[in-house]
Design a protein around this ligand. Sequence first.
Ligand code: COA
Length: 136
Amino acid sequence: MPIEYKINLPLDLEAFIGVYQASSLGERRPVAEPQRMQRMLEEADLTVSAWDGDKLVGLARSLTDWAYCCYLADLTVADSHQRLGIGKELIRQTQAALEPGAMLVLLAAPAAADYYPRIGMEKHPSAWILRPGEKI
Ligand SMILES: CC(C)(COP(=O)(O)OP(=O)(O)OC[C@H]1O[C@@H](n2cnc3c(N)ncnc32)[C@H](O)[C@@H]1OP(=O)(O)O)[C@@H](O)C(=O)NCCC(=O)NCCS
């Protein structure tokens, strides 16, 4: 069955949490805190979801102003559906939903550090993070 992609389709919380748990990204996101996950779902500007029939098998979740930049906060493809081109298509559709002048930025999880150069993204040498609770 071909994979179907949906832009900003409303998702229920259980399916949303489930698609993180379906890959190693579930270990790096607050999946045990449903209220926080609910907020992540509700406040996202752009989600692209990938469906195998009625099963949610991939998700790109972004925060964006649409015109200048888009932070691709989460990209997950279920272990059962990896290496089929779904991740690449989720990113392609995310970019396609933005104005042509907008750039995509993201932080790679260790498991995906080799993925982004492989699909043609450029490493930025000057990305900076203020972690929760850290002060400037
Ligand atoms: C990283 C991830 C999103 C990739 O999605 P995917 O649908 O499996 O990848 P694709 O099918 O789009 O792969 C595109 C190409 O990258 C390669 N690739 C896939 N995963 C890779 C990885 N982890 N490292 C290096 N190359 C990878 C594929 O073999 C493919 O190569 P090809 O075009 O030469 O055939 C997915 O594996 C995943 O969800 N991983 C766990 C969660 C995670 O780390 N998410 C990223 C958070 S920043």
